[in-house]
Write a protein that binds this ligand. Structure first.
Ligand code: GAL
Length: 434
């Protein structure tokens, strides 16, 4: 009897190990192996993880994937995007995959603290120094950008774009009909907003169903009120969050919120941009992925249907957001990942992507003439502007702080208590790396 049981046990174990062996031929370690378990060794899937799905978001990624397929038809590729602006859902999915040692082959990550204090500090990323040498990239990206994707002298990801965060978009027809000029200062903004309100037009569109959009607006208010130097001091702890300047910025933010659409909490960023595009609201503060949405989805023309200006008080400044991709440790197909990175870091790849995404190419040798009037102007402005890191999009501070700020901002938008808001920011700032 005993012997029979031991035979059954042995057979079962052999079966279990056979299954385990099968799943280990997947693209990545751990659980994802089960999904790609039928892959032959060497034919692992290159799963590209991002949050670019839907209107205004996915066109650039799809174009880049098509280019990659043309160049590498032998590599099996999977678009593993998880919906939700600014990585609202994707970042949580990514965190659990990374913790479970089941990384995607490559993933979207913002240059700056999100990459360096997050995945690099946790020892989860391979360096890409060799790839940069092989591709001759060290002088092809602006130094500031290479710094954003480097830690302790090593490079960890490849920037596919540069987005500008401090943009105020406006409906040209509404402004022309009401003899208004795009506001340069906060005083201008409130004058324009009052004039619009008096005409029954919603001055400012907001869609904070995903709270990051309100954080995005707040960081632009902080930049406009504090100026670049003081804004940067917030992230080093040289200016505390209970500084009177931050309180003043919070008051201004609160005043701006009194001009937004009533249904802001049920809209996402596209729904808010749409209000401006269709003339139901006059202005919207959003990164220039909104340009991709206006052009690709709403079929609007830059400088005819919609106009833009730096958000109040930020003329000459550029809130930098860079989407980058890297090589996580432990993936089964690092060479395929490097092929992907080479394509997205090439001039051709950057143009395919950025012409549709609304951003400008990260490479300095891309062909400016291919871009529309917004793109060309932004390429020029980036060269001379004062560059500042975005909080809402991962450059200024690590994820732990940002999560708490998003919560505090979300509460502030409903309760509008300035002191309580400033206290929460101050409490959250203990998360900042000094
Ligand atoms: C940002 C990202 C952009 C855009 C935006 C809205 O964080 O850098 O590429 O996707 O979110 O989802």
């Amino acid at each position: 009897m005993k012997k029979t049981w031991s035979i059954i046990l042995t057979i079962s174990l052999v079966f279990v190990f056979a299954l385990a062996g099968c799943s280990s031929s997947s693209s990545t370690g751990g659980d994802s192996g089960k999904k790609a378990g039928k892959e032959k060794p060497g034919k692992a899937t290159l799963d590209i993880f991002s949050w670019w799905t839907g209107a205004g978001e996915e066109d650039g990624l799809k174009a880049l994937i098509e280019l990659f397929k043309e160049k590498h038809p032998d590599v099996k590729i999977e678009n593993a995007a998880v919906a939700g602006g600014a990585g609202t859902n994707a970042k949580a999915v990514l965190a659990s995959r990374m913790q479970g040692n089941d990384p995607p082959a490559t993933f979207q990550v913002h240059g700056g603290a999100e990459l360096n204090e997050g995945w690099v500090a946790a020892g989860k990323m391979e360096t890409l120094d060799d790839l940069y040498v092989q591709e001759g990239w060290s002088d092809k990206f602006p130094k500031e950008l290479i710094d954003l994707v480097s830690k302790d002298g090593h490079i960890y990801s490849v920037p596919v774009n540069i987005h500008r965060g401090n943009v105020l978009w406006y409906n040209k027809k509404i402004f022309a009909e009401n003899n208004l000029e795009a506001p340069k200062t906060f005083d201008d903004f409130f004058k324009v907003a009052d004039a619009l309100k008096a005409k029954g037009i919603t001055p400012l569109a907001l869609g904070d169903k995903e709270p990051w959009t309100a954080t995005h607006l707040f960081e632009d208010v902080l930049l406009g009120m504090l100026g670049a130097d003081n804004y940067k001091k917030l992230w080093t702890g040289d200016i505390p969050f209970d500084d009177p300047k931050v309180k003043e910025a919070a008051e201004t933010f609160k005043k701006m919120l009194s001009y937004v659409n009533d249904d802001h909490s049920s809209r996402n960023w596209q729904d808010a941009s749409q209000l401006v595009g269709t003339g139901e609201a006059a202005m919207n503060v959003m990164g220039d992925w909104a340009k991709g949405y206006f052009s690709n989805d709403l079929k609007l023309k830059a400088n005819e249907d919609f106009g833009w200006i730096a958000t109040p008080g930020t003329d000459g400044l550029f809130m930098v957001i860079t989407d980058t991709f890297g090589l996580p440790k432990g993936v089964k197909n690092p060479n395929d990942v490097k092929k992907w990175l080479s394509v997205l870091g090439s001039v051709e790849g950057q143009d395919k992507f950025n012409l549709l995404k609304g951003s400008i190419p990260a490479r300095i040798d891309a062909d400016k003439s291919k871009y529309d009037v917004y793109g060309q102007q932004t390429i020029e402005e980036f060269k001379t502007a004062g560059l500042t890191p975005s909080l809402a999009h991962g450059s200024a501070a690590a994820e732990g702080f940002l999560t708490k700020v998003n919560q505090a901002v979300n509460i502030f938008v409903t309760q509008q208590k300035v002191d309580q808001f400033v206290d929460s920011l101050k409490a959250a700032s203990s998360e900042l790396k000094k």
